[in-house]
Design a protein. Sequence first.
Length: 342
Amino acid sequence: MRQPSPRRSVTLAILAPLIVVLCARQAHAQALAQGNASLAVPQPVVVGSQSASGAASEPAPTSQPLSPLLNPGPRLVWNPAWPRFRAIGYGLTAASVAGALAVTFLLPYPEEPRWVGGIIADTTVRDVLRARTPGLRDGIRLASDVTLIASLLQTVVIDGILLPAIDQSWLVMWQLSLMNAQAFALNILVATLLFKTAARARPSYAECAVDRNFDPLCDSGSFASFPSSHTSTTFTAAGLTCVHHKYLPLYGGDPWDNAACASSIVLASATGLFRVVGDRHYLSDVLLGAAFGFTLGYLYPYLFHYQYGEDDDSQASNPTTVWGFVPGAQQSPYGVSVMGLF
């Protein structure tokens, strides 16, 4: 029976990303409020004036409409240059999800392994890192489940749904959710096809063949070692997190968005390490899963969406100086004003 401490660890690991996000949102809101306060320049109040005939004129207005800078719209905006999902995108997403479900539930596991043993440094790394007792290995595997869940919560729930919903950026929420769904479905589809086709035996296969009590999971997924789907999934989440935070200020801009990318990579790396220490995968299983997952998670949204707005982003970061003359001076209809954008 497990002690209560792992359950507390699970709870903390799940809540930690949400706490960080809420702190970042609060810091951003305070900074925005301070910036708006500095932009609010008091206007003189004119109670009234006396005309030549002695009649009092109407009081001048004491307030003016809020500037767009003082009344900002949604913070998260979908760049018009980024292609949105169209009919073909919806079809591909649905096909990816259907394919992932089909290979997971309909494609049977092989009854015998087609690949046994490690390659290159697999055996050496296993001998060094593998936890020695069944209980410790089981605890390490639980930790890998925790980091997997935390990665999914950060990418799918917090970044993809919660923050855009708080900002009322419904288009951003919809597009991010679709990109996330397609990337994860493709990851499950490819990873499941690979380990059911390759049928690589788990690292503990030889020991379990001699002693079925060597490990609690001797009879669970014995020929599903290559690649590590835990690792490929968390690195898919890391790739999605990094590319979304590069092009959208989900956490309010630097350094928060850079920290989100870094934390997702740390979670994914920890997951891969736990799978080796827990003796469920060889090093080569983890490395391939990491490379495939991150490439899929980062390149897919970039190639089909974000790359099309890079020219606009560069122009926005280096605006052209524009100036001109505008009829009228301050609140008077007479005179001329000079206005510019620098």
